[in-house]
Design a protein around this ligand. Structure first.
Ligand code: SF4
Ligand code: SF4
Ligand code: SF4
Length: 437
């Protein structure tokens, strides 16, 4: 038997650095292959030491021991390939850089366009292996209550009264209208399917980004700029063909809206392949069939992307056996795709009894995810070269992973107090450092 080649130390370090982010990066040979295809050794060495928060080139130079003048072109090249995110700090006009996580991050960015500088087919096969055939990554990403995305209820599945009653952050239309910069890019999941000879008929050119995320993607030619009209047309098309609309799981500055199919979507795949419920947070609605009117045609069950509807047999008052749609409340995302498919109009969307908690903004979502996944220490103590920081990181991560702390995190009141405290720390650190956090 031939021996597997040894994984180089720089890629081991990079994996550990990625694993300290809330979505994580469990060890696997397929992941090491992905990293060595996308990052040169020099880039991997820098990436492995980058701070956890967006930082100036000078700060990254301090963390990595590099000269800022040689570091800058490297960071810019990495940003062009979706490995590093760059954004201008509005307070001082300086560029800040952040290592992209695995998802939503460089996994998607590397297949959002057609490229010939890497073997995209091989990369797509490796992504599939890591995300679907192996189970560690999927289970790692989706552990915890707060997810990266949340279902946006299809507005056309709501009654007029329900539509006027929803809040702006619950509406895909409002999210598109709220931002001035908009972009459309290729659906990474379906492109991956195409590259691995497993294409579906759903469109590729339908991934929507807004605001700072759209600006990043356009600047680096990972997406094309789009008008509000075209974005709204894509939304309507997605509803028409039964795609699930998944938005960024924040209330303010919603950065993306994905239009997902049950056959290829990596997020819905968490349920369909790994059996994990609620891999995106639900909308504030749930599907509710009118059993008396249901014709038993099964169209809703065919359209539901996560098989949350079963057709169950029952006996009518006249003694005849019939089938009717039954919704599994332990799975339903509240997307409304089934209601759009029900021609007789028997499937409705009902408000959930308790409203779903949605993070105010990206910082709150990242802190929530890190807290629930026992990686909050990594977010705070991120300098790899300092022994005290490495010690504190391990200490805080261990304490917050212990069962009593985990229980406290699940308690909404304690959790919201902690979040409030953390947000205050972050904003005061931000103002002291010129908004670098
Ligand atoms: S999450 Fe959905 S829209 Fe986004 S890339 Fe995957 S399938 Fe496409
Ligand atoms: S039953 Fe399925 S299609 Fe209908 S809202 Fe729930 S998840 Fe969406
Ligand atoms: S599509 Fe409508 S009528 Fe057909 S089974 Fe579903 S709820 Fe019943």
């Amino acid at each position: 038997m031939s021996e597997q080649p040894k994984v180089k130390v720089v890629y081991r370090r990079l994996r550990k650095r990625l694993d300290r982010m809330p979505v994580g990066a469990p060890r696997s040979r397929s992941l090491f292959e992905i990293l060595s295809m996308l990052f040169s050794e020099e880039e991997a060495a820098v990436a492995a030491q980058m701070p956890q928060k967006p930082a100036s080139v000078e700060k990254i130079a301090r963390y990595t021991g590099k000269n800022p003048a040689e570091l800058l072109p490297m960071l810019e090249k990495m940003a062009d390939r979706g490995l590093v995110l760059d954004m201008e700090n509005p307070d001082n006009g300086k560029m800040y850089y952040l290592l992209a996580p695995t998802v939503v991050g460089f996994f998607e960015f590397s297949l959002m366009t057609k490229r010939d500088d890497i073997d995209q087919k091989k990369l797509a096969e490796l992504f599939h292996l890591y995300m679907f055939d192996e189970k560690e990554f999927g289970h790692n990403v989706f552990r915890g209550k707060t997810q990266l995305g949340r279902a946006l209820v299809s507005e056309t599945a709501l009654t007029q009264e329900q539509r006027t009653g929803i809040l702006a952050y619950e509406s895909a239309t409002a999210a598109i209208e709220a931002e001035d910069i908009r972009a459309i890019t290729m659906c990474y999941c379906r492109h991956k399917g195409q590259l691995t000879d497993d294409a579906c008929d759903f469109p590729l050119d339908i991934c929507l980004s807004m605001g700072a995320g759209a600006d990043y993607l356009i600047r680096h030619k990972l997406a094309r700029a789009a008008s509000k009209t075209e974005m709204l047309e894509k939304l309507a098309q997605a509803r028409e063909i039964g795609l699930v609309q998944m938005g960024d799981n924040v209330k303010d500055k919603i950065g993306f809206i994905c239009n997902c199919c049950g056959c290829h979507c990596g997020v819905l795949g968490g349920t369909n392949t790994h059996g994990i419920p609620f891999t995106m947070n639900t909308s504030n609605f749930i599907a509710a069939p009118d059993h008396a009117a249901c014709k038993g045609c099964g169209l809703c069950a065919q359209r539901c992307p996560i098989n949350a509807i079963s057709m169950q047999e029952y006996t009518r008052e006249d003694g005849k056996k019939r089938k009717r749609a039954v919704v599994d409340e332990g799975l339903c995302l509240g997307c409304g795709v089934c209601a759009g498919a029900c021609v007789p109009g028997c499937m409705h969307m009902e408000a959930r009894p308790a409203r779903v908690i949605t993070p105010e903004n990206t910082i709150e979502r990242v802190i929530s995810m890190a807290l629930e996944r026992g990686t909050i220490g990594s977010l705070i103590f991120d300098d790899e070269n300092r022994t005290d920081q490495r010690f504190m990181r391990r200490f805080v991560n261990t304490v917050t992973s212990l069962p009593p702390a985990k229980q406290a995190v699940l308690n909404d009141k304690l959790r919201s107090r902690f979040l409030e405290f953390m947000m205050k720390q972050v904003s005061s650190a931000g103002s002291k450092s010129g908004g670098s956090v």
